[in-house]
Write a protein that binds this ligand. Structure first.
Ligand SMILES: [Zn+2]
Length: 518
């Protein structure tokens, strides 16, 4: 063969393989999209998880129920799945809680017991309220403490407005809006000083009130939106802690200030269950060529329990489950092993994922890529290279196969910088493994749904979630098929602008494997 024809042959072979590869990828991508749109299981999954099971607080029977549900879903789709124990947590089960104002008039109040709060011992507790005093210092505070005996203590500031700022911005005069914000800032600072002058941390303040004979603690964690409060865990050990909605908290507060001696009754029937095992749900589709290399899907499975954890992280959860289902159907023999992690106890410090990283060095070492989603129901609009120098090359290559419709508004940042926390991909990043966050559009996540009493099914935007399931499935497919293993070379981190010291790559941390106990 002459040189010229040899060259032509090479060119021919080169083009034919490329076009074959393009055809194969685009056929698979089209099949993924078709399955996602025409046979979507997202609504079903969300209904079963958020409405059928409900909130998924670590250590509760509902969390366990959710783990078992996920395993059986995967098994029904022909995917191997298991619950992997990584630790244990103080077990607690929410019961009925009821909060009523019974004097000076009767009103059932909107509120709930905080997570892990003690119960009311099978009784309804009735008492007057007292507002945490503005003591000059810790000595005066200690002298005031006996006043809480036999009373419910109100420990949160009374918000001056229940209207979110965007509502003021739309309707108030500029002067009025500015004045409200100024006064609210002063009031907020004064309340912070009031707490700090007790000389106690939030936790120790609760315990001091309990020791001084308070009947219970009433707080209000307004989340800066209409009708929305954040619901976290209690600091008390014997007496109940309840969160009351801004509107009702303000009602009680103003009545106390006016000397009307309002009285409330509280009933809370939660149960203590001792230490409970805690798990991650892991499912996988074995690779056919490079079975010991992994592409992971990732989303924490646990939630706070003020609502049903629909967007934190029900939506991330169903995105990963749906992507797994689609991949099993369209791409059942992946080149690399596809694995999904549904982590327990992200909310208390990435415990499930940190445990997995510690327990599975073989996966972490051979991780091609991990995609985590955990900031709400919105379309993915941000992907960062996480500080991996060559992330642009491979993520760029994978994204190029995603049709424009499914990456509308998507911005990428390469090489980006490594996250030290925030969600479970950080547990992998800290171990030097390429974990990436698929970051969503807000839909007012921070104020309306994140850890709130309004994080419910109705807040899910299914078209956006479907978009994310498609995007995730395509990225996983591309990462599996990539002929090259991903590079882990790190960027040189810039100096801290404040101290001038070089910034360090986040360090791998051990999980809390025995949680909820002191
Ligand atoms: Zn979350």
């Amino acid at each position: 063969m002459k040189n010229k024809s040899k060259l032509l042959l090479i060119i021919y072979l080169l083009f034919s393989t490329t076009s074959f590869a393009q055809t194969k990828d685009s056929v698979t991508v089209a099949a993924i999209i078709k399955e996602a749109n025409e046979n979507s299981q997202l609504e079903n999954l969300a209904n079963e998880l958020m409405n059928g099971i409900g909130p998924r607080l670590v250590g509760t029977p509902k969390m366990q129920q959710a783990h078992n549900w996920a395993v059986s879903k995967y098994n029904n789709w022909g995917i191997t799945a298991r619950n992997e124990k990584w630790g244990e947590w103080r077990g607690w089960e929410r019961g009925i809680s009821h909060i009523d104002m019974i004097h000076p008039w009767i009103k059932t109040l909107e509120g709930t017991q905080l997570a892990w709060s003690p119960n009311t011992g099978g009784k309804t507790l009735t008492a007057e309220l007292v507002i945490l005093t503005d003591a000059a210092d810790s000595i005066f505070f200690q002298r005031w403490l006996p006043n809480v005996k036999g009373k419910f203590v109100m420990i949160s500031m009374n918000q001056p407005t229940g209207r979110p700022d965007y509502n003021w911005a739309e309707f108030a005069t500029k002067e009025s809006f500015e004045k409200m914000k100024r006064e609210r800032t002063q009031q907020t600072d004064a309340w912070r000083r009031r707490i700090s002058k007790t000389g106690l941390s939030a936790k120790n303040l609760a315990l001091a009130l309990e020791k001084a004979g308070a009947v219970g603690i009433v707080s209000s964690g307004w989340s800066a939106g209409f009708g929305v409060n954040k619901i976290f865990g209690a600091n008390t050990k014997k007496i109940p802690t309840v969160d009351v909605a801004l509107e009702d908290y303000g009602l009680l507060y103003r009545l106390v200030e006016a000397g009307k001696n309002p009285k409330i009754s509280v009933r809370a029937d939660s149960k203590e269950l001792g230490m409970m095992p805690s798990f991650n749900t892991i499912a996988e589709i074995k690779g056919t060529e490079k079975a010991d290399e992994y592409v992971m899907l990732s989303a924490h499975f646990d939630s706070w329990d003020g609502a049903t954890g629909a967007t934190d992280n029900g939506t991330g959860t169903i995105v990963m489950m749906e992507a797994m289902r689609i991949l099993k159907k369209i791409y059942p023999n992946p080149k690399r092993t596809i694995m999904v992690g549904h982590w327990g106890s992200e909310e208390q410090g990435l415990n499930g994922s940190r445990a997995f990283v510690e327990d599975h060095p073989e996966v972490v070492k051979n991780l091609q890529a991990l995609f985590n989603q955990d900031n709400g129901t919105g379309r993915v609009v941000n992907i960062s290279g996480g500080g991996f120098l060559h992330s642009y090359e491979y993520i760029g290559r994978w994204l190029s196969q995603v049709p424009a419709l499914y990456k509308q508004g998507l911005e990428t940042r390469f090489p980006g910088s490594p996250a030290g926390g925030g969600s479970d991909y950080a547990a992998f990043l800290a171990a030097g493994a390429p974990g990436f966050s698929l970051s969503s559009l807000s839909w007012l996540y921070g104020s309306y749904t994140w850890h709130t009493n309004r994080d419910t099914y109705d807040k899910i935007v299914f078209d956006d979630v479907r978009n994310n399931a498609i995007l995730t499935a395509i990225l996983v497919y591309m990462a599996c098929e990539d002929p090259a293993k991903t590079s882990r070379e790190r960027i040189v981190l810039p100096a801290n602008p404040r101290t001038g010291e070089p910034t360090q790559w986040p360090v791998q941390r051990s999980p809390n494997r025995k949680g909820g106990v002191d």
